[in-house]
Design a protein around this ligand. Structure first.
Ligand code: PLP
Length: 396
């Protein structure tokens, strides 16, 4: 409690004076902000001055992060949300209405797929899924009432590369919004606005924050009016994030460039290493010449690829168990973009709800793994994989 001329008050009037300023963005956990007068509040609400009122509507830590992301994606006034899925939800629930139709890539992130299959139809919004690598399939799915197409540039976990330029041209021609979830690829590999996307989405939880200690999302539209609608919906629906999560995300993002370059270069080297190991049936990495979308990956991803590598072991579940047991020091955990390398096994996690036949159609056998490459020393990582694959081979 602070003492002042009015005696003992609950709240101090101001922060201590300082001629110097902090180097690190201060954490501002205040939920509410006080104004001088109702006129001052009018000025704020009517946009004549900038200020904060209530943290669900905005706070300094969110603005610091969204400005950084705006600069990376070439957007303006982007909206931060409490998770990647709340950014996806803001787009699908904040822009569409009953009677509309939306097309999703058929290999979207699992929860995005679930929203397309379960939640939107419940609200009277029709949905179709189409292969974003096949422009004819996307064109065939378009209806007169199609309002939006949602794709990811590189699919999870099969790492196929979408025909982004083709889909953008199609959407432009038909007056349909194109939303791109750029989580996997990041603005270091591709900026979807440069390829004609209307909306860019991120799970900032992943590579951008990078330390598996914060959940955050981001969405921005090319058209400021659409961004404003996304902001209003996010505030109304309570999708906006806490100051602490934004503060942590900013700290992680300061090293994003360095982390991405290191992880991507190691991923490319690891992909080649895996391809030479006995016991590995196939390796999927977009910049390898044997990738089915190699030419498109080179054109779209600025020769940067990504930090994700998928591969298939010979042998079934026994080989998979031996592999994760043998991969000493690597986390077998359903995430990506962490500073440490993580292993994901779609058959027992992200794709476990699919039938075996559905998994087989996607090429997801019991031996299939997705690797999110982290910052380990590349030679040490290669040797861990050599030993784990050898253990898998012995068990198969
Ligand atoms: N989009 C993609 C491509 C993802 O991989 C994920 C999560 O893995 C999400 C969205 C959802 O993000 P979050 O977990 O931050 O809600």
């Amino acid at each position: 409690m602070t003492r002042n001329s009015k005696g003992s008050l609950v709240r101090p009037f101001s922060l201590p004076d300082s001629a110097s300023r902090p180097v690190v963005t201060p954490l501002s956990p205040s939920v509410v902000y006080a104004s001088d007068t109702p006129d001052a509040l009018d000025d704020q609400y009517e946009g004549r001055v900038h200020g904060y009122t209530y943290s669900r509507e905005g706070h300094p830590n969110a603005d610091v992060v969204s400005q950084r992301l705006d600069a990376m994606e070439g957007g303006q006034g982007g909206v931060l949300t409490g998770s990647g899925m709340s950014a996806v939800s803001a787009v699908l629930l904040g822009l569409l209405k009953s009677g509309d139709h939306v097309i999703g890539g058929n290999q979207l992130y699992g929860r995005s797929l679930r929203m397309m299959k379960e939640d939107l139809p419940r609200l009277g919004i029709a949905t179709s899924l189409a292969d974003p690598c096949d422009i004819a399939a996307v064109a065939a799915a378009i209806r007169p009432e199609t309002r939006l197409v949602l794709i990811e540039v590189v699919s999870n976990p099969t790492l196929r590369v979408a025909d982004l330029d083709g889909i953008a041209a199609l959407c432009r021609d038909k007056g349909i919004l194109l939303a791109v979830d750029n989580t996997f690829t990041t603005p270091k590999a591709i900026r979807p606005f440069d390829h004609g996307a209307d909306i860019v989405i991120h799970s900032v939880t992943k590579l951008l924050s990078g330390h598996s200690d914060v959940m955050l999302g981001y969405v921005v539209a090319r058209d400021p009016e659409i961004t404003a609608r996304l902001r209003v919906f996010s505030v109304t629906a309570g999708l906006t994030p806490s100051p602490f999560d934004c503060w942590l995300a900013e700290r992680g993002m300061l090293t994003f460039d360095l982390r991405f370059d290191r992880a991507q270069a190691t991923a490319a080297a690891l992909a080649d290493h895996l391809a030479g190991l006995a016991g590995v049936k196939r390796v999927i990495y977009p910049l390898r010449p044997d990738h089915p979308d190699h030419a498109r990956a080179q054109a779209l991803l600025n020769e940067r690829g990504c930090n994700m590598v998928s591969f298939e072991l010979e042998g079934g579940r026994a080989a998979a168990n031996a592999f994760t047991r043998g991969a000493e020091g690597l986390c077998f955990a359903p995430t990506l973009g962490d500073i440490g390398t993580t292993l994901s096994h779609p058959a027992s996690s992200s794709h476990r709800a699919l039938t075996e036949a559905e998994r087989a159609a996607l090429g997801l056998s019991e031996g299939f793994f997705r690797v999110s490459v982290g910052l380990e020393e590349p030679e040490a990582l290669k040797s861990i994989f050599s030993e784990a694959v050898a253990a898998a081979l012995a068990a198969s």
